[in-house]
Ligand binder design. Structure first.
Ligand SMILES: [Zn+2]
Length: 329
């Protein structure tokens, strides 16, 4: 099986100058869709579960489903990642479930809303790095805050990352990848007008730090999907996201990990609404979850191609977490 750490995938992406999507999962159909997309496009992949998703599945269920994805796809380098861990305890829980990568979001306090202090962020991040690296598991942390609320994550206010502080943070914590705030936000309503990302801040950060960079809240909220949702009874006026061209520009400027959750939710919701609207007699969950899975697979494939992840699954020999343990010493 090809479970690899997040660090291995992102270091390769950095070398190869391409991006890797990290796709959020809650259930079997999402996981299958993402893995099929990875297989068909020959892409390494990061499947990630938020704290909320793990809690929803009573923790072990989702963990086992993600492990099944790894076992079923030995040719696909796959990282199992915890999205927005908020404490050392949440990271330990994920590592015990077999995750190969964890995020500790110390940019907010444990309530997931209140912006923390720099010192708090350093302290909690360091504690996770120390624990995770002993297990060969890599660590992503965040500095600066994103806008929007997703799964209860986010302060709703945007504070762009300060490049000098980012450099200091990376040096002080020993993390493997850094999530930065350059204007993206969680959710389906990212921009009131045209989207605007602070590429100058990104460039400044890239020049100062050497580890992979992560963009959260990077769904594109495609117009076709919003139109489909609304056409079949949904109500999402004014939804907007980060255009795919902006993400490609960000990859060119040095972003490696791109978090995508909202777009997957939209693809699933649009497909299910369509079945319900067009075939009201149907009541077998497979009749709507099947099309939802197919629609999500196509969406993820298009991301893998757009981020240039496609074709890179065989570029490197996946390293086991045992090997990573030695590397971290
Ligand atoms: Zn996020």
């Amino acid at each position: 099986m090809a479970l690899v750490s997040g660090k291995q995938i992102l270091d390769e992406a950095k070398k190869g100058k391409y991006g890797v999507g990290a796709y959020n999962v809650n259930n079997m159909e999402q996981i299958q869709a993402i893995m099929s997309a990875a297989k068909e496009t020959k892409s390494p992949v990061i499947i990630q579960a938020s704290r909320g998703a793990l809690k929803y599945s009573n923790f072990t269920y989702l963990g086992y489903l993600m492990k099944a994805a790894v076992i079923e796809n030995p040719d696909i380098p796959t990282a199992m990642h915890l999205d927005h861990g908020n404490s050392l305890e949440s990271a330990i829980k994920a590592i015990e479930l077999g995750f190969s990568s964890v995020m500790i979001d110390g940019s907010l306090l444990e309530d997931g809303k209140t912006p923390s202090t720099y010192d708090y962020n350093v302290k909690v991040t360091k504690s996770v790095v120390e624990y995770a690296h002993k297990a060969g598991v890599s660590v992503e942390a965040e500095i600066g805050t994103l806008g929007g609320i997703e799964d209860g994550v986010g302060s709703g206010k945007i504070h762009l990352t300060d490049p000098k502080e980012a450099k200091k943070f990376v040096d002080e914590t020993g993390i493997d990848s850094l999530a930065i705030a350059i204007g993206t936000s969680h959710g389906a309503y990212k921009f009131k007008g045209a989207s605007k990302l602070a590429f100058d801040v990104l460039t400044e950060i890239r020049n100062l730090i050497d580890i992979p960079i992560v963009l959260h809240g990077a769904s594109s909220v495609p117009k076709e999907l919003i139109e489909a949702v609304n056409k079949y009874g949904g109500k999402m006026p004014g939804a907007s996201g980060v255009p795919i061209e902006s993400l490609q520009e960000a990859i060119k400027l040095g972003v490696q990990k791109i978090n995508v959750d909202t777009d997957g939710r939209l693809a699933i919701t649009a497909a299910i609404r369509k079945v319900f609207a067009e075939s009201p007699e149907k009541f077998d969950p497979r009749d709507y979850l099947g099309p939802a899975r197919e629609s999500l697979k196509e969406l993820i494939k298009s991301k893998m191609i757009a981020f240039s992840t496609a074709g890179h699954s065989g570029d490197y020999a996946p390293i086991s977490l045992e090997t990573m343990k030695k590397e971290y010493k």
